[in-house]
Design a protein around this ligand. Structure first.
Ligand SMILES: *Cc1c(COP(=O)(O)O)cnc(C)c1O
Length: 404
């Protein structure tokens, strides 16, 4: 029974607590509507979304062009499976290849699936093209990485909790420190097929590598015939102030992985993108996904990509992000160790002596700002890239009150 003092929020929270796995620790807010950078909860409170679903909402909530594309496609055809063709997959992949400068793209749904697609692609390339001995292929990954949650992917995570209780894991991965090009040089051997890296670590706490790292890593990979695989699922599509974070150092990966904002916050759409040298190792039956490349996802993906490009979201992210970060630094908060990031991917690192980031996120929640801590000490600010300067000013005002 609902008592008079119990809010709608409380009722939803206890329902989820009862019927769902406890694999998340969300803020206690139950949302029912969203528009642009704002969301509303079931009790009528309004919040500024400063997380944007881990950068899956770069275009904001319910962008009208993306919704229109989805609605139109809902009235026509939603799923064919890859047993047949549909008339949206080609146009979508062509646009994706044109935007990224690659020859081919393989559509998937979630980010983890696109990462798996890249892993399989580069292993097979290693055996069939590079000539690595069967069963010996190695992929180099970085400490503090986040590439998703499948058993293979968590197997090469350095986060103990992601792995605890889930082994045995897939072999063939070698871990090196992030941001250390010398460590990469030392780790490459004749069996190395790929180097899988986030150009900026998002889940790892908004960690920006030293300047020149990506370019140096690219050079090392080229020299040793190792595929440079950039996981831009979170950093891509304008988030860091460039279309892709690798663009900051003029680096073109061999395999580019995208997801999150490719679905415009409407539908899961991801892809592994490369030139034919890599993509063509896949032959019929090698790999697949029932929903990958479906016409609804393709229509949404096409519209989502268009919005990023036509609304110049990378440039907005660069300009607003630079301003926002400098304002946050100017607060000179006694609790803040460092403000770091690129574009509108900003991490505010809380000093250990001030406790964890969680209470700060809770205080922001009480003031109408939704942000989430990552890695205990970091408040991540990653609003929709469509956010207005006035709304960012509101966020800054609340951050000022909470942090000083
Ligand atoms: C979110 C994320 C993934 C996983 O994407 P899912 O859609 O959750 O499977 C992989 N890599 C990075 C860098 C991410 O941020």
């Amino acid at each position: 029974m609902t008592t008079a003092t119990e809010t709608k929020t409380d009722a939803f929270l206890s329902e989820v607590d009862q019927f769902s796995a406890h694999n998340y620790h969300p803020l206690p807010v139950v949302l029912e509507r969203g528009e642009g950078s704002w969301v509303w909860d079931v009790d009528g409170n309004r919040y500024l979304d400063m997380l944007s679903a881990y950068s899956a909402l770069n275009q904001g909530h319910r962008h009208p062009d993306i919704i229109a594309a989805a609605v139109e496609q809902l009235g026509l055809l939603t799923l064919t499976s890859r047993a047949f063709h549909n008339d949206l997959m080609g146009p979508f992949l062509k646009a994706l290849c044109e935007a990224t400068g690659f020859e081919k793209a393989l559509p998937m749904n979630t980010g983890a699936e696109a990462v798996e697609t890249a892993i399989k692609m580069v292993r097979k390339w290693g055996y069939k093209v590079k000539g690595v001995a069967e069963g010996k292929a190695e992929i180099i990954v970085c400490e503090n990485n986040f590439h998703g949650r499948t058993t293979t992917i968590v197997g090469f995570s350095s986060e103990a909790q992601y792995k605890d209780g889930f082994g045995p894991f897939t072999p063939g991965f070698v871990e090196i420190p992030y941001g250390d090009a010398d460590a990469l040089a030392a780790a490459i051997n004749e069996n190395t097929v790929g180097f899988l890296v986030e150009p900026l670590q998002g889940e790892g706490g908004v960690v920006v590598p030293p300047e020149g790292y990506l370019a140096k890593a690219r050079e090392l990979c080229s020299a040793q015939h190792v595929a440079f695989i950039a996981d831009e699922i979170q950093t891509g599509l304008g988030r860091t102030g460039r279309l892709f974070c690798c663009d900051w150092e003029g680096v073109r990966p061999d395999i580019l992985i995208v997801g999150k904002a490719l679905g415009g916050g409407v539908y899961p759409v991801s892809a592994a993108i490369s030139d034919s040298e890599f993509m063509d190792v896949y032959t019929p039956g090698d790999h697949g996904s029932t929903f990958g490349g479906n016409p609804l996802g393709a229509a949404v993906g096409l519209a989502s990509l268009r919005v990023v490009i036509e609304e110049k979201l990378s440039q907005r992210s660069d300009e607003l992000g630079s301003w926002f970060m400098s304002e946050l630094r100017a607060l000179e908060s006694p609790h803040v160790e460092e403000v770091r990031g690129q574009g509108l991917m900003v991490g505010v690192v809380i000093k250990e002596s001030s406790g964890t980031a969680r209470p700060f996120c809770e205080a922001l929640h009480a003031r109408g700002i939704l942000a989430k801590e990552t890695h205990h000490q970091v408040i991540r600010f990653a609003p929709p890239l469509t956010i207005s300067r006035e709304d960012l000013e509101f966020a800054l005002k609340q951050a000022r009150e909470v942090l000083t």
